[in-house]
Design a protein around this ligand. Structure first.
Ligand SMILES: *Cc1c(COP(=O)(O)O)cnc(C)c1O
Length: 486
């Protein structure tokens, strides 16, 4: 049998700081001999030369290549991080975003010199409107949580316009953690409700708390258990009947593109994460984009400037008296929009639908393959991710954290752990549509091998990871006495 897991073989180079490698006179460039007299620098430039390391070209190349190999990314292996869609993104989208016309576009260049960029933003809003089933979209917000804030400000402005502000927002326990934060930034009090026994919303529980002082509800769908909120239409009716609005957290759109349009379900405001579903690598705090889609009567509240088309000309419109105003300097993260635009065009409608179908198939394959190994609290068909926990390993005193750490030795990035909070010791896996069956099988085998180790040699597992450059860290110590100097 071949070596089934990618694993780590220990070929990880140590690498000192550049100053330690520096040798007097070593240099990475060859310049011709000086044929003019030395002349002194101006008075403001006197003093000691800066202490820069002196290195050859090869020293520099090896240094940065070695550092890059200490890192883990989706280009090196599977990254099954639930709730985040860490999928592989085709490199062509990066190439398109780096094209001179896009990368060199300047936000102050003016509309007449930016028609291509405006058209791209306009068309992207149209495509996203089509995918989500809403009449209008803004691409201005810079991240998912920023989209939530935008959406909640729109809901706030809507109620103000109705003549009566409301003070509360209903948030289920399966919502993403950013939801209550966004509601609270708008001054709303979060009313937390529990999901039903099937891991989805129970309309009766919503009806119990929904009243005329409640501005609406924030629903993550599919929710953070990876389950589709099957009662969504009924919940929307309950909230609407009391004059509230339904906010949809659509960051998990990766599971339902081309299959369900949130706009058809009764949702009023929805955000997407372009940096999850529509290409653009994410993580590391890099630029993102969280477009917001709204139903027809909420369009006047969208942020300005809006991109509009008149005959064949695109222009920014700022004259929108009910708008919540600007949410970002200039127009948002344009580079992310280019990648999403390229992704949507290259995939096409059928391709996007297929991506969602594979994402769901892959997650259900993992769920079925591992449900005898790890405990599965909600044993139902899932969407793009599935949530296990460590209940089966408790008798060996092995926790989700131990297994996550041990996965590193097998060459996998650990999944999301201890989230969502509704599942104790959660171990949440999202394989995404881009992993092959072979890679997914290797992941499944690794988890099975780890579960066997948990039974046979739990003591060793408490030391994992053992093959990585840095082994098990004292996390409490790291938090209490951080060493910030490397
Ligand atoms: C990632 C995520 C968010 C937040 O998006 P950011 O871009 O990280 O701000 C919100 N809701 C859900 C369901 C998410 O998965």
């Amino acid at each position: 049998m071949m070596n089934k897991q990618p694993g780590t073989s220990g070929l990880i180079f140590n690498e000192p700081q550049l100053w330690d490698k520096s040798r007097e006179g070593r240099c990475a460039v060859s310049l011709p001999k000086m044929d003019v007299d030395r002349s002194p620098l101006g008075p403001e430039l006197t003093g000691d030369a800066p202490d820069l390391p002196q290195l050859s070209e090869l020293d520099v190349v090896r240094h940065f290549t070695r550092l890059s190999q200490w890192n883990f990314g989706v280009d090196s292996g599977m990254y099954p991080l639930g709730s985040c869609t860490m999928k592989y993104n085709p490199k062509t989208n990066e190439v398109q975003a780096a094209r001179q016309g896009f990368a060199g576009a300047h936000p102050l260049a003016g509309e007449e010199f930016s028609q291509g960029a405006l058209r791209l933003m306009y068309d992207l809003e149209q495509y996203l409107a089509e995918i989500t089933g809403f009449p209008a979209v803004t691409v201005q917000p810079a991240a998912g949580a920023h989209g939530e804030l935008t959406g909640m400000l729109i809901i706030h402005a809507y109620h103000a316009k109705q003549g009566r502000q409301r003070s509360k927002i209903i948030i289920p326990d399966t919502a993403h953690g950013t939801n209550p934060a966004s509601a609270s930034l708008c001054g709303y009090e979060s009313i937390n409700i529990k999901s039903g026994p099937k891991g989805i919303l129970d309309p009766a529980i919503v009806a119990e708390v929904m009243d005329e002082d409640t501005a609406g509800i924030m629903i993550t769908n599919p929710n953070t258990l990876g389950l589709f909120e099957e009662n969504i239409k009924e919940v929307c009716e309950i909230v609407h009947a009391k004059g509230g609005l339904v906010y949809g957290d659509g960051a998990n759109m990766n599971a339902i593109m081309g299959i369900v349009k949130p706009g058809d379900l009764g949702i009023d405001v929805l955000h997407l994460n372009l940096h999850k579903t529509f290409s653009t690598p994410h993580g590391g705090g890099g630029p993102g984009s969280g477009p917001v889609a709204v139903r027809k009567d909420l369009i006047p509240f969208l942020p300005v400037p809006r991109v509009e088309k008149e005959l064949d000309t695109y222009k920014f419109v700022t004259d929108c008296p009910d708008s919540i105003g600007r949410m970002h300097t200039f127009y948002g993260h344009f580079g992310v929009m280019v990648k999403a635009y390229a992704y949507i065009l290259s995939m096409g409608g059928e391709g996007l639908k297929q991506a969602s179908q594979y994402a769901v198939l892959n997650a259900n394959y993992i769920k079925e393959s591992l449900k005898d190994t790890l405990n599965l609290p909600y044993d139902r068909p899932c969407m793009h991710e599935c949530v296990f926990n460590d209940a089966n390993q408790q008798e060996y005193h092995i926790t989700t954290m131990d297994m996550a750490k041990r996965l590193l030795d097998y060459g996998f990035h650990p999944p999301t752990v201890y989230f969502p909070l509704v599942v104790d010791g959660a171990f949440m896996v999202e394989p995404t549509e881009t992993e092959s069956k072979e890679d997914i099988d290797q992941f499944i085998d690794a988890v099975k091998a780890i579960a066997a180790e948990a039974r046979q040699d739990p003591e060793s597992m408490h030391k994992a990871p053992v093959k990585t450059k840095v082994t098990r860290l004292d996390e409490v110590g790291a938090a209490r006495k951080p060493c910030l100097r490397g």
